[in-house]
Design a binder for this molecule. Sequence first.
Ligand code: ASP
Length: 586
Amino acid sequence: MLRTHTCGELRIDDAEKEVTLTGWVQKQRDKGGIVYVDLRDRYGITQLIFEEGVTDPDLIEKAKSVGREFVLRASGQVVERYSKNDKIPTGDIEIRVSSLDVLNASKTPPFTIEEETDGGEDLRLQYRYLDIRREVVREKLELRHLMMQKVREYLTGDKFIEVETPYLIKSTPEGARDFVVPSRMNEGEFYALPQSPQTFKQLLMVAGLDRYYQIVKCFRDEDLRADRQPEFTQIDCEMAFVEREDVLNTFEGMTKFLYKEIKGLELGDFHRMSYHEAIEKYGSDKPDLRFGLEFVELNDLVQGKGFVVFDSSELVVGINVEGCADYSRKQLDELTDFVKKPQIGAKGLVYVKCNEDGTFKSSVDKFFDQEALQSWAAKANAKPGDLILILAGEKDQTRKALNELRLEMGERLGLRDKSKVAPLWVLDFPLLEWDEDTQRYHAMHHPFTSPNPEDIDKLDSDPGNVRANAYDLVINGVEAGGGSIRIHDRGLQSKMFEVLGFTKEEAEEQFGFLLGAFEYGAPPHGGIAFGFDRMCAMMAGEESIRDFIAFPKNNSGRDMMIDSPSRISVEQLAELGIDLNQKTKS
Ligand code: ASP
């Protein structure tokens, strides 16, 4: 090694030692008579000192000539500092340098390599290798590494084996578009990059591997939403001879293990809720359970009293916000503007203030008397001092809008506390979702998910009401993972494809390999996949996944550093048999 120690490890006990350090110049200060250089590596920062009368004058000149991010190798003696720095672990010592090599110079970096940087997102991504030198980014990658080790430790300890599945495959329908890769050797044919290893992991169960996992890249060509990456990482898992309960217990165990090992937190048993309950109580299939603000349906109390807005609404539903009866006109207007934003889409907001003196003041006083308002308050469990916020309209839309308002109030009241962890299993999702555009059913999870056994006979008569044997793990309102018990019977799988509108030929062409495998002793099986990047962000209490990925893409799906996607040469295209003008010609 070019060094004897790292920049993070020397302490007062090392005083007098002769050491050699290597690293980057964080900062150089010329104090006239004394030059200080802060030398940084992955492990920390150590101060180098060059002092007139002590240090060789040539060395002092050399130290003066180095700039930010120069790469140095410095040898010298560890000495106790005159003025200590209690903000860094090496702050009691400094190195009195006796020899200095400049291993490499550096241009002035385009942004400051400090905790708070002046670099904008795209600039940081373009020079990601400099961005990663920042402790805040590096720490996130270290956390990711630790998470990987802990996931492997837990699953390996539970008899799972890690198996790699191919990246050049054919399309798996998980609801997004595939990224495709042209095949040179099979002109006109394409591979697809996996949206997930779903069919492969099922085939590994048919193959008798019993318990599989993989920390694996998945690729989805989706329209980019904030904080989505076209390639992302899953902890992908599958188990044979299991029922739903076994999968939930195994992965509740894994999640608890991760929080314990990484955060030192003991999580209690996870909450469980059906999809329907989640929608009715929170207007979302991923409710944030760090706080209450449960929905209260008011139709039976408010309709038929002559207020046309309520009378013409499919659903009138509210939340009781504790202690907010003193909201000002301005605050209530803000909330009204919030729910009327196009992305939220409510037409207006009705409020009821439950005054401290037991009276009520509402925005619909013209239509409802004190007794009526009193009955709403009773239903909403509102006490004097509380504020009831009510939305009305079409059922699904109104619930969605109230979900947004609930989250907004949670935010305003500081109820989305980063230090709290509220895990929840959401169960019994609908198997199918009606799609107005294509006028047919889509699998809500994916086509390999087993219907709830009790609902199988409804597949023909009432497909919209068939429940799936599927589950999601939601933590603090974010979907951490999801999975299902699978179909393992050829007949039922064919039936499922039929319900989804595949012809026999289409099903055979796309999934013949899986249907065929089901004829050779497929065991009952089920599994789950977790969004690994997101789990890392959650563990750190961060919202953005971007910095938990070493080289992420920006919001337009571009890699700013290598500048990709990019055009390829005419020769490459020709070799692949791709004619970019084809479309205009035909
Ligand atoms: N393949 C599914 C997904 O990517 C997860 C699963 O069903 O195991 O969401």
